[in-house]
Design a protein around this ligand. Structure first.
Ligand code: FE2
Length: 424
């Protein structure tokens, strides 16, 4: 074997497991495998997980914090104004450079698949060209999926639908949208219908910014679910953000959840950004603004967590760590039960992998040898510690390594170091 990991714990709770890798694929998984590897790593009981997957990101804006100036108020509206100021100044090479730098961070964090929205409301489609170039450059180590995103509205922004179709012809993978940003509810619904019909015709997946507002009457997710069902797009459509669901009437939601499940629409919440930007106009009580994650899961709807932003006009924090995203999601949704905490881990691994349609993802024989060895004993400890990535493996090769967190102490009568670990 080319690589063997010894004595690993797996996210499903199995312990004492060896993983054997031959070439780019996992050859065997089981207790005490009778094989030898050209390289062997002793996991010492630590967790091996398939790579982290970010279902929702904006790579055209990332690491632009401070350009052309910082967001002083930290609000969504100043963020949108800032992006408007920055857009005409964007240069392709600088955008590629920032995105490549973020991809370096992502690999170091074990984040090996990212779905990024790319703004197509720019005649030049400069960001599209830049991110297609980035997709080519990082293909060996990151699965980068691009969504054609009409940031200024499909019907509201002149030429947006044509630009979106051009972007798809250039190689963008997924059809995006932003129905709540159209001028009327009717136009929002019309944009959903047009985009879903186009996606069905082209055989593409759909992922819309949908109802990213505190307005309980923003109900475009209903149209998105219905169009998905009508056009036979089950399993290929996601609604991103869905924050209006937080504020909706409970009876209405009791009808909406089964519709979403039956239509096979997935939900993507973005906890760090939703908790930051939503409910801003409230006094007290102040709404939390994240979609109804536990209720969606209980109804059988796939829910993933996305990072959305890192160091951009909307959000001046983040470092590509999906464990930080899960940590925030777990808190905002009050998902502190044992099973619920594990669901939060799935929301940054298996579930987004399914939403993106990643092939060969997982820890079974035959899957790609893509995985992360964490300095944690189980998924809950990984989230608690935002655990160090001891080793990040892509297609059988180690692409990043980090030392586990450890602090030395100088205290009389106490241990000489702590590593914050409990689950061993
Ligand atoms: Fe977004």
């Amino acid at each position: 074997m080319d690589l063997v990991i010894r004595n690993a714990s797996l996210p499903d709770g199995r312990r004492g497991i060896d993983i054997a890798v031959e070439g780019e694929r996992i050859a065997a998984v089981g207790p005490v495998l009778a094989v030898t590897g050209r390289r062997e790593i002793d996991a010492a009981g630590d967790l091996v997980t398939p790579p982290f997957v970010d279902a929702h990101f904006h790579m055209d804006a990332t690491l632009s914090y401070g350009l052309p100036r910082v967001n002083e108020s930290g609000t969504l509206l100043e963020g949108i104004a800032l992006w408007g100021e920055l857009k005409p100044q964007l240069a392709q090479e600088a955008l590629v450079e920032r995105a490549m730098r973020y991809c370096d961070w992502a690999v170091a964090r074990g984040l090996l698949a990212i779905r990024t929205h790319v703004d197509i409301c720019d005649e030049r489609l400069l960001a599209v060209e830049a991110l297609l170039e980035v997709r080519r450059r990082v293909a060996r180590y990151i699965d980068l999926q691009l969504v054609a995103f009409p940031q200024d509205g499909l019907l509201r922004s002149p030429g947006a639908f044509e630009n979106l179709k051009r972007a798809i012809r250039m190689g963008v993978d997924v059809v995006g949208g932003i129905p709540h940003f159209e001028r009327t509810m009717a136009q929002g619904a019309e944009s959903v219908r047009l985009l879903c019909e186009y996606a069905a015709e082209q055989g593409l997946r759909v992922d819309m910014h949908c109802d990213e507002t505190d307005d309980p009457l923003s109900r475009h997710i209903e149209t998105l679910a219905h169009e998905t069902w009508r056009l036979g797009l089950q399993g290929r459509v996601a609604g991103s953000h869905l924050t209006s669901m937080h504020s909706m009437d409970n009876y209405y939601v009791s009808k909406l959840l089964p519709l979403m499940r039956e239509s096979g629409v997935a939900a993507i919440a973005n906890p760090l950004i939703n908790i930051t930007l939503q409910g801003r106009a409230d006094t007290y009580p102040k709404r939390r603004g994240m979609t109804r994650v536990p209720e969606l899961l209980a109804a059988g709807v796939d829910v993933a967590f996305g990072h959305d932003c890192v160091m951009d006009p909307w959000y001046g924090l983040g470092s590509g760590d999906m464990l930080e995203v899960a940590h925030m999601g777990l808190h905002v949704a009050q998902m502190t039960g044992q099973a619920a905490m594990r669901q939060c881990f799935m929301a940054i691994t298996d579930t987004p992998a399914r939403i993106l349609g990643l092939e060969g993802y997982g820890l079974a024989p035959g899957c790609y040898a893509d995985f992360v060895l964490l300095a944690a004993g189980d998924p809950v400890e990984a989230i608690r510690l935002r655990a160090a990535r001891r080793a990040v493996v892509r297609r059988g090769a180690i692409v990043a390594e980090a030392a586990p967190a450890r602090s030395t102490l100088r205290l009389p009568g106490r241990p000489d170091a702590v590593d914050f670990r409990m689950a061993r």
